[in-house]
Design a protein around this ligand. Structure first.
Ligand code: COA
Length: 258
């Protein structure tokens, strides 16, 4: 349970809404757990045929809560094992169709989770950002495999290593989204698509998704990335990155050797 994640089921669509707009929907451990619970419930609940993710406020999500990362870098391992780790594993093996409606910033897992969604709709102000290297981390959610596969090495590397945001129109052009719409139309567009999926044969949808994804490879890469992130979180570089965010200053990595 999290007060910042609302889940409702209407007409076969489970809508999962992030509701922490004052923090740009940054994801706490409780929020990740609520999202994982929702996905797990959806898999077994016959009333749910499609899951739709959306976020309140001006950002889809600012990704992992950086205060949580900071405490993990000081030794609190509980959240590394649960929270994000569990959500990523759960979304990676979802069998039912996943739809996302994304406005504003989609940072970190806000972007990498889209690689596990089946239909992605972007508002015209959406910006996809994967600043893992700027945080002295490595990519997650099998994005080190899935993003270059989808958009090519050069673009993926710039997003990972330079933290270059990708605007909605570019994301559409390189296959990260199905459509870009004005922000006022975003939720309706995504919901209409989700409703359309509820009318398709569920068994066929599930098998089609399974055929389109190399689940074994995705799970293996998630495990590899997960253990590297665990190590990286403890490094002085990562501590510098989180301190810099908290102090609202640019990080200085030049004082550390590789
Ligand atoms: N974790 C915790 N708090 C966050 C957050 C995060 N990932 N992202 C934003 N917030 C908080 C800010 O600290 C601020 O809180 P405050 O009002 O109490 O000071 C509030 O949300 C608003 O953020 P702000 O930075 O002022 O908004 P902005 O519109 O100028 O910028 C972002 C929005 C998302 C571009 C910017 O907040 C950002 O870069 N966040 C960090 C994203 C990130 O690195 N995530 C981890 C990915 S792995």
């Amino acid at each position: 349970m999290s007060e910042h994640v609302k889940t409702e089921i209407v007409d076969g669509v489970m809508t999962v809404t992030l509701q922490r707009p004052e923090k740009k929907n940054a994801l706490t451990v409780a929020m990740y757990d609520a999202m994982s619970d929702a996905l797990e419930r959806a898999e077994t609940d016959g009333l749910v045929r499609v899951i739709l993710f959306q976020g309140d406020g001006d950002s889809f999500t600012a990704g992992n809560d950086l205060a949580d990362f900071a405490s993990q870098s000081k030794g609190d391992n509980s959240a590394i094992e649960g929270g994000a780790h569990r959500f990523i594993a759960t979304i990676g093996k979802a069998k039912k169709p996943l739809v996302a409606a994304v406005q504003g910033n989609a940072v970190g897992v806000g972007t990498t989770m889209l690689l596990h969604c089946d239909l992605v709709y972007l508002a015209d102000n959406a910006r996809l950002i994967t600043p893992f290297v700027n945080l002295a981390l490595v990519p997650e959610a099998a994005s080190s495999f899935l993003l270059p596969l989808r958009i090519g090495h050069a673009r993926a590397y710039a997003m990972f290593a330079l933290g270059e945001p990708m605007e909605a129109s570019a994301a559409l052009a390189c296959g990260l989204a199905n459509a870009v719409v004005p922000q006022t139309e975003l939720r309706k567009k995504a919901r209409d698509a989700a409703i359309a999926l509820t009318k398709r044969p569920a068994g066929s949808l599930s098998l089609t998704k399974q055929l389109m994804r190399d689940h074994e490879r995705i799970a293996a890469r998630m495990a590899e990335e997960g253990s590297l992130i665990k190590e990286r979180l403890k490094t002085p570089e990562a501590r510098e990155a989180f301190a810099a965010f908290a102090e609202r200053r640019p990080p200085d990595f030049t004082k550390f050797q590789a």
